[in-house]
Design a protein around this ligand. Sequence first.
Ligand code: IVH
Length: 668
Amino acid sequence: MDVRERIEQLRKLIHYHNYRYYVLDSPEISDSEYDALMRELEALEAQHPELITPDSPTQRVGGAPLEKFEKVTHPRPILSLGDAMNEEELRAWRERIMRLLPPGTKLEYVVEPKIDGLTVVLTYENGIFTKGATRGDGEVGEDITANLRTIKALPLRIPVSGDETAPARLVVRGEAYMPVDAFERFNREQEEKGERTFANPRNAAAGSVRQLDPSITAARPLSLFCYSIVASEGITITTQWETLAYLRRMGFPVATDVAIFSDFEEMVAYCKEWMKKRDTLNFEADGVVVKINDLATQESLGVVGKDPRGMIAFKFPAREATTKLVALGINVGRTGTLNPFAILKPVRVGGVTITKATLHNFEDIARKDIRIGDTVLIKRAGDVIPQVVMPITSLRTGEEKPIEIPASCPVCGEPTEKPEGEVAVYCTNMSCPAQIVQHITHFASTMDIEGLGEKIVQAFVDHGLIHDAADLYYLRAEDIMRIEGFAEKSTENLLNSIASSKVRPLWRVIAALGIRGVGSVVAQLLAQHFTSIDALAAASEEELQTIPGLGPHTAASIASFFSRERNRQFIEKLCRAGVVLAGEREAPREGPLAGLTFVITGTLSVSREEMTEYIETHGGKVTGSVSKNTSYLVVGDSPGGTKYERAQALGVPMISEADLRRMVERGG
Ligand code: IVH
C-alpha cells in the first residue's frame, strides 16, 4: 500500500471511530488505539504535507484567529418556529392546519426534542464539509466554519461509513449545544481560573461558537444535533422521518428521543410524557418540536411571518426568570450550618410563584458577588429547589448592599464560626434549637444508649422534656410516660439504658460531645493522652497540636469548643448527673489483637483473669457484655445463656479458646 492509500485508510478509520465515540457514544476501540491511528496519520501528513486535505481529522483545529466573521447567504431562508405554550395551543394549531388542508387528509406527526442551543447551517459538497454558518437574520448568517470544524460530533466527511455515496450537495440544519454535564464541568473550571461563567448551556454554546479564535472554540465541550435538510442535490427525500434516518446514515448526530405518530392524541400524550424526562437528559431541551411528517404537506401549508405552519414548538414551562433579591434569609441546618437563601420579589417561573431561592453558601455568594437589591437570575429545574444563578450586574443602581457572614446565629444568637478549609459557616452552640435533635441523637448513639433513636429524641424535644443531651440524665419516669408509645416497661428500659451509659469509656464521652472533627478515631487518640475531660479541656491549642495524628484544624476546633462557656456548662451538667468523665489512661494498644474487643463466656482452660490478661497483653480488650461493638465472643465449655444469645442475635462471631490462641500465634 502506498502512502496515499494508507493516509486515506487512516482517515476513514479515524472518521469512523470518531463517529462511534462522539455520535453513537459507543466506541469500538480504546482511546490509546485511537490515539495510535491519529499519531500515525499525523506523522505521515508531516512527511507529505502536500497530501493534507481540509477533511482530514487532523485538521479540526487550525487556522489563525479571524478579524471578523464573513457573511454567508443561505440557500433558502432559515425559518423560525411558532410556539404552543400549552396543550390547548397545540390543539388549536392542529385545528388551524386541518382547515387549510383538503378534507380527510391523514396526518402523521414526528416529535423531536427542541434542543436549546444555537442554530447552525452546514454545507457539504461531494461529501466534504465546506461551510458552516449561524442563522443570522435567516437570510444571511456568519461564516463560522473554522469553529464548527472543532466540534467532534460534526462529520468532516460524509458518509462516515457504509457504501452509500454522498450527494453532490447537502445543506443541513442543526443545533450546536453544550451537554449539561460538560457545561457544569466547564463552568466550574472557568470559576477556578477566575474567568467568566455562563448562566446556562445555551449561552455557553452561543458564546463558544461565536469566537473569532477557533482554538478557543476547540477547548469548549460542544456537541451537535442535526434535524433537517435545508437544500440538497442528488437525493430525494419525502418525509421528516426519512430525513432523520438519512442524516443518521450519513453519520450526523441525530437525537435518539424521536417518535412518529398517526394519532394526534397519542402524540399529545407522548409530548407530555417527554416533559418529565427533561431533567434526566444530558442536553437542555426547552420543548419538543412537532412536525408534519410529509414534507410536501408541510411545504403546502406555507409560512406565517417566519414560522412554517407545518410544524410547531410545544414549549415546556420556563425554568429561569429574573427578579429582585429583596433580603437575605438564613436557615440553620441540623448540623449547625448557616444556609443562606434569597428572599425574592415574587416571580412566576414555569407556572409556580417563587419567593425564595437558595444561595448555597457564603463562599458562593462572595464569588458571584451577589448583593441585596440585585436583580438576579433564578433557576428552577425539575424538583430541585430554586437557586440564584447570578446577579445581573448591568442592572445595578449602586444602592445594592454586599452580603456579609453573620457573626451570630440567627436562631440562638450565639457566635458563628467558619472553620478553615471548610465552605460552611456554623453555629457554635450545641444547644441551639436548630441542631438540638441531631446533636442529642448523636450523643445517644455514641454513648450507646439503647432504644433512643432520632424519633424519640424529636418527641422529647417537642414535649420540652430535654433541651440538651445532658437533660437525658435528668429525665423522670412520669415525664416519659406522657409521651405516646411509652408504657411502664418501656420507660423503665429506657431509663436503665440511659443510666448505664453513665460509665462509658472516656473516648466515647469525648466523641459524644460532637466537637467538629472529633469522631471516634480522634476521640480514642485523645483518650490515650488525657485521663479526663477536664484535662482535655485545659489543654491549649499548641499542646493539642503536638499530639501525633491530630491535625491543626482539629486542634483548633477542640480548643475553640472548650473555650466556650456554654459547652463548659454542658460538661458540668453531665458531671452533676453522675456521668463518668475520666478514665484510665488508655495505653495505645499494640499486638495481634489490637483494636479487637472480646467477651468471654463458659469455662476455659485458664481462669477468666488469666484469659483477660492474655488478651490484653496481645493488644485486645475484654468487656463484660456483648454489644454491637464486640468483635468476638470467646466460647468455653457450658457457655452462659445471655451472652451467647445476644451474640447470636447481633451476629457477633464466636470462637473457641483454641481459635483465639491461633489468632495470636498467626499474628492477628
Ligand atoms: S425545526 C423551519 N427542530 O428551535 C423551522 N428546530 O425556537 C426549523 N430547534 O430556530 C426548525 N431543536 O434553532 C427544529 N428538532 C428541532 C429543533 C429546532 C431546536 C431550534 C431551532 C429553531 C428554534 C426555534
